[in-house]
Design a protein around this ligand. Sequence first.
Ligand SMILES: Nc1nc2c(c(=O)[nH]1)N[C@H]1C(S)=C(S)[C@@H](COP(=O)(O)O)O[C@H]1N2
Ligand SMILES: [Mo]
Length: 187
Amino acid sequence: MPPKKLPPGQNWREDLIVYDVAPLPPLDLGGFRLRLHGRVRYPCELSWEEIERLPRMQVRADLHCVEGWSVGDLLWEGVPASAILYLIQPEPDVSWVLARSHDGYSTNLPFSYFARPDTLLAFSLKGVPLPPQHGWPLRLVVPSLYAWKSAKYLVALEFLSELKRGYWEERGYHDVGDPWREERRRG
Ligand SMILES: Nc1nc2c(c(=O)[nH]1)N[C@H]1C(S)=C(S)[C@@H](COP(=O)(O)O)O[C@H]1N2
Ligand SMILES: [Mo]
């Protein structure tokens, strides 16, 4: 195999480092709801049963943390972003997405990156259900952006025509965060 490509300023490591900005309040699948809202034709709240009936796909992707480490070839399984978009029908002026997590974390990303074919709402990592520390039960995975955009414990996606900033973006991190352009912090 040819050597894998690494974005500028990154180094490979074997395994993920767990990052959490806040403790996680208790959560159970019975009470779990994923809220899809904002500028969409069909806003909804999906139960875990409903999520399980959606189309699924596997993605093998590298993960790049803005702190400078990358992990290669992680196998995720989950609901493709395209299936979510089909369900909710975003308005034509949607240009940003704000993801919210059960721990109070949030992050914004451009709609164009959310809509990429390798973006998914993952419920499995390396062939097993997401381990608690990696975002159980559901995690946004956006391989085309730095890992802070891949919100763990995902509970809501808001589709917006204007930028609304998330946790790290409010603290100076880049609104896009493309590792190939080294968009770590806002200029
Ligand atoms: N809910 C939530 N998601 C999060 C974070 C967080 O603190 N809370 N940290 C982000 C950051 S900075 C990174 S590098 C990755 C790390 O993923 P891991 O904890 O599964 O290794 O999760 C991202 N998603
Ligand atoms: Mo990170």
